[in-house]
Write a new protein. Structure first.
Length: 100
């Protein structure tokens, strides 16, 4: 089984390009977004690949938006929750273990 990471607004993590330091978000016909991890990531396990502090990168430039992901998948943007932007982890039927 594989792992799909998505938000209710339709954005999904591109697992082929993403790693523990950078998440690449894709959405049809929209330029890809990047999240860069701010804190140390060397102790991250598969159970909490996405938890922690991130910054948003758009067009290769770091945005001032501070992103915090907590254990439940809730995402806070500069301390605020935005409807439809929390993470959903979904087991699909096609691939193996998460690669991030």
């Amino acid at each position: 089984l594989g792992l799909v990471v998505r938000r209710a607004d339709g954005w999904t993590v591109d697992q082929k390009r993403s790693n523990r330091k950078t998440l690449y978000w894709s959405y049809p016909d929209v330029p890809m977004l990047h999240w860069r991890r701010l804190l140390s990531w060397h102790r991250i396990t598969n159970m909490n690949l996405f938890n922690g502090e991130w910054c948003l990168l758009e067009d290769g430039m770091e945005d001032t938006t501070h992103i915090l992901v907590v254990d439940t998948g809730i995402v806070l943007y500069d301390g605020e929750s935005i409807e439809g932007q929390d993470l959903e982890l979904i087991i699909d039927e096609e691939g193996g273990n998460p690669t991030l």
